[in-house]
Design a protein around this ligand. Structure first.
Ligand code: IPE
Ligand code: MG
Length: 229
């Protein structure tokens, strides 16, 4: 969700106004996913690199995170949304960790939409924490590891690999999001700033996805059955 700061700057507003506006878009996207029967929505809210931002912005972002959790969880729960937060949560203060824990517990039985917020998350961190857990779980094993040994320990183990990745704000990179999981995901980049993103833009991204051919390494003929592949 990139472009909050630039959106605010264009309007001569403080960066934080862009983040606040960005929250409205999160609401709209959750609604759009519910209406379209999208089962998994994963949002990159705060990366492990974002701590490098000015202290004031980091503090305001944390306060916004708390406020949103306090205000939205009941509504999410009512709408059948299961909330999870992935990332290294140990860096957050205790009250925020407790809020996250409560929100996850409260919505744990919901099955309409899995909404996952990546906070203090990094794709490399995720892979390394999974490696560490895998090794601890198999103290005797020396070698011969395979992907399926690691996958149960990744933060997104509960979900299938993502079909579509959307990045707003004009940058065309992954920026340490779900590195492992994005291997075959369709990537969609748009110049639209996150606060200006909307349901119509979301549908445009989905349409672009639907027009693509996902081969997973196979040939086009194999997929269409046109050749005896
Ligand atoms: C993304 O918007 C939101 C967070 C990382 C919290 P930015 O804050 O990166 O917005 P720009 O890139 O400065 O416009
Ligand atoms: Mg940015």
């Amino acid at each position: 969700m990139d472009g909050n700061g630039r959106w605010a700057k264009k309007r001569f507003l403080p960066r934080f106004a862009g983040h606040a506006k960005g929250v409205e878009l999160v609401r709209e996207m959750v609604r759009a996913c519910l209406e379209r029967n999208v089962r998994y929505l994963t949002l990159f809210a705060f990366s492990s690199e974002n701590w490098r931002r000015p202290q004031e912005e980091v503090t305001l972002l944390m306060q916004l995170f708390v406020k949103v959790l306090e205000q939205e969880v009941e509504k999410l729960d009512r709408n059948g949304v299961r909330l999870r937060v992935i990332g290294d949560l140990s860096r957050f203060d205790q009250p925020l960790q407790a809020l996250i824990h409560d929100a996850e517990a409260r919505t744990a039985g919901n099955t309409r939409l899995d909404l996952t917020i990546a906070a203090n998350y990094g794709g490399r961190w995720d892979i390394m924490q999974a490696v560490n857990q895998m090794l601890v779980a198999n103290p005797e094993k020396r070698n011969g590891w395979c992907e399926s040994d690691l996958e149960p320990f990744l933060s997104m183990a509960f979900a299938p690999e993502p079909d579509l990745f959307i990045r707003t704000g004009g940058e065309e990179r992954i920026s340490n999001f779900l590195l492992w999981q994005l291997a075959y995901t369709e990537l969609y980049f748009t110049d639209t700033l996150w606060p200006e993103f909307n349901t119509a833009e979301f549908d445009k991204a989905v349409l672009s996805y639907q027009e693509r051919e996902r081969r997973f390494g196979r040939t086009s003929e194999q997929l269409t059955g046109k050749a005896d592949a």
